[in-house]
Design a protein around this ligand. Structure first.
Ligand SMILES: Nc1ncnc2c1ncn2[C@@H]1O[C@H](COP(=O)(O)OP(=O)(O)OP(=O)(O)O)[C@@H](O)[C@H]1O
Ligand SMILES: [Mg+2]
Length: 261
């Protein structure tokens, strides 16, 4: 994993607004979203493999906004040539791309050669059709293994789970993507508001996890699970919209707040 770029654009600030937090907080640096993306894709670029990235945070903090940038950058870097997105969280479609209800709908309405290689599985809420994470992931895995570098994104991972840390089906295809996909050019990205629900392989195998604001038990849980230093806890609790820290599998916390720009 490449070291994060130096040259923070904004002077260091003390994290934490309350005096209690300030006392505990580290002097943190500021980083740009571009610098964060460089870290997120460092291993994939170096190893010429896929990438695995997670996104955590309370509602409306910028997880989806961030994942949209990850999608664009992954395509631009050539890490993937196809993107499949499970996007069923809101009534409206959140991601840009060719919207299909589910895999059956994609089969009956395949993309044309000139279409952008992005498929957004949104279900058909008006008619009670939900896209199934397992089905979409199985399709993406097969598509990737057939020689098409593919990214499978799940915006709200709990849609693929039946209870905390448990996939909706045994031998989940998304679990398989997380465990084995990277070396087979199948990348993964996921986001959730519920850290305690995240299956252990997502925490164990994701090279990077962007952590937006968290609090309460969710925050204590993730600090414990990712072995983050105590000063990171105070920082995460006080992050503003669009700001996040980056956990990296191979390194210590870089004491940097990324975003909002
Ligand atoms: N860095 C940013 N710069 C400008 N606007 C942002 C930024 N991050 C998020 N926003 C805006 O804030 C709002 C909430 O962002 P977003 O939908 O990404 O949050 P979220 O964490 O995915 O929420 P939810 O948990 O409800 O899915 C959106 O209108 C988004 O465009
Ligand atoms: Mg979102």
């Amino acid at each position: 994993m490449a070291a994060p770029k130096k040259s923070p654009q904004v002077p260091p600030v003390a994290a934490g607004s309350a005096p209690r937090d300030s006392a505990r907080a580290a002097r943190v640096k500021r980083g740009t979203r571009a610098q964060a993306l460089e870290i997120i894709f460092a291993t994939a670029v170096l190893e010429k493999e896929g990438f695995r990235h997670g996104v955590l945070g309370i509602p409306r903090r910028g997880k989806t906004y961030h994942l949209k940038e990850v999608t664009t950058e992954a395509l631009q870097l050539g890490i993937c040539e196809w993107v499949f997105i499970h996007d069923c969280k809101r009534a409206e479609v959140q991601y840009e791309g060719n919207v299909r209800a589910d895999v059956a709908d994609l089969a009956s309405r395949p993309l044309a050669a000139e279409d952008e290689p992005i498929v957004v599985f949104h279900g058909d809420p008006a008619n009670g059709v939900r896209a199934d994470v397992e089905e979409c992931s199985a399709f993406a895995l097969k598509h990737g293994r057939a020689g098409n570098p593919t990214l499978m994104e799940v915006d709200e991972l709990t849609h693929g789970l039946k209870s905390p840390r448990t996939w909706a089906v045994p031998n989940s295809s998304y679990g398989e993507i997380i465990r084995e996909g990277s070396s087979q050019k199948v990348s993964s990205a996921w986001t959730t508001q519920f850290p305690q629900w995240v299956p252990s392989e997502c925490l164990d195998f994701s090279e990077t996890i962007a952590i937006f604001q968290l609090n309460g038990r969710s925050l204590s849980y993730i600090v414990e699970m990712l072995r983050l230093p105590p000063e990171a806890e105070a920082v995460i609790k006080n992050l503003k919209k669009g700001e996040f820290i980056l956990y990296t599998m191979h390194g210590d916390w870089d004491q940097t707040i990324y975003g909002p720009r």
